[in-house]
Design a binder for this molecule. Structure first.
Ligand code: ASP
Length: 336
């Protein structure tokens, strides 16, 4: 029998409404009692290092979750993290950086409706996540939700209410789970040993450009942040019609040893900043990093992970452009 650990962190899946709105209440064992077949199929233990609405999830909580995986790594064959859906994709990215190359599968799941309700998606999602992590070919960090298995760095919440809340952005689903069986689309070689990291810099944020946004908006953030991901327009660029004030402000961030990266607010296909002058100037004069095919959420979390490891500008650049767990996809020319 596979030995599996449920790491319960809260979310709607474990919520009840006692009058003030839904809030996580159920213990992990109570969660398991709503899915009674699990304990007949696997040897399941459960712990609950956190019990949060994932709106309240913070970078230090990701470290708590990854420490929990590290502590228990040798005792279990796989890990299911139950989590709120609102920031599940951020946590999935974070765990992808904090626990790299894991030969054991780590799957996040949750639900749009509490497991206590009749029409809940929670039971199916839990059964699917356990089915996926119990399969010998599974490894690495993923989100298992509504029958889809999505690589941890490529997920985004795209629906606030429906069961198909998550999508894999610009990357195929790894697998489907149908009635407890795995239909694997992308079989991959299992890595041999995990690499754990235990530091992260939480003072990184994203800022969405809107037409006319001035340099003062960036300046206001400079004192409190170590890194910024600018969600620009289209294939990516920084507006220069204000006499280059935004670029000058970015220069000040750099002079203070802070990192600025540019991504796009367009949901698919990533950035390509070499196309337009506004993009090239940001790269050449602003010295910004470019997120290319990383999702904006993943770019923020990657920068947090990198700044937790180093403040050396060359090393930051090297790590940002080094693909981890399919966060950065390479576009190649067709071979002759
Ligand atoms: N607000 C909830 C959370 O993220 C939503 C959910 O779990 O679906 O914790």
């Amino acid at each position: 029998m596979k030995k599996l650990l449920l790491i319960a962190t809260g979310g709607t899946i474990a919520s009840e409404n006692e009058g003030a709105g839904l809030t996580p209440k159920l213990s992990p064992n109570a969660l398991l009692r709503y899915a009674p077949r699990l304990s007949r199929m696997y040897s399941v233990d459960a712990i609950s290092p956190l019990n949060l609405d994932s709106t309240n999830m913070r970078p230090e909580n990701w470290l708590t979750i990854s420490a929990c995986i590290k502590e228990n790594y040798n005792h279990y064959d796989g890990f299911v993290i139950s989590h709120g859906t609102d920031t599940m994709h951020y946590t999935a990215s974070a765990i992808s950086y904090l626990v790299q190359s894991s030969p054991k599968p780590i799957a996040l799941t949750g639900a749009q409706k509490s497991i206590t309700t009749e029409d809940t998606d929670a039971r199916t999602n839990l059964y699917d996540a356990f089915a996926y992590v119990s399969d010998g070919a599974s490894h690495g960090v993923s989100i298992v939700f509504d029958g889809r298995v999505i690589t941890g760095t490529r997920a985004r919440k795209v629906r606030t209410k429906s069961r198909n809340a998550f999508e894999s952005v610009d990357y195929p689903n790894l697998a489907l789970v149908r009635e407890g069986k795995i239909l694997r689309y992308i079989p991959e070689k299992k890595p041999s040993a995990p690499v754990f990291y235990d530091r992260i810099e939480g003072n990184v944020a994203a800022m969405k450009l809107t037409p006319g946004l001035g340099a003062n908006a960036l300046k206001a953030l400079r004192g409190s942040l170590e890194g910024l991901v600018v969600e620009s327009f289209g294939v990516g660029g920084v507006p220069s019609a204000d006499g280059g004030e935004l670029l000058k402000e970015i220069g000040l961030w750099k002079r203070e040893g802070k990192t600025v990266a540019v991504t796009t607010q367009v949901p698919y296909e990533g950035s390509d900043m070499a196309v337009y002058e506004v993009g090239r100037r940001a790269l050449n004069e602003g010295g910004v990093l470019e997120a290319y095919t990383m999702t904006p959420e993943t770019a923020v979390v990657k920068l947090m992970w990198i700044l937790g490891q180093t403040r050396d500008a060359d090393e930051i650049r090297r790590l940002f452009y080094q693909p981890v767990a399919h966060d950065l996809l390479s576009l190649s020319d067709p071979e002759e």
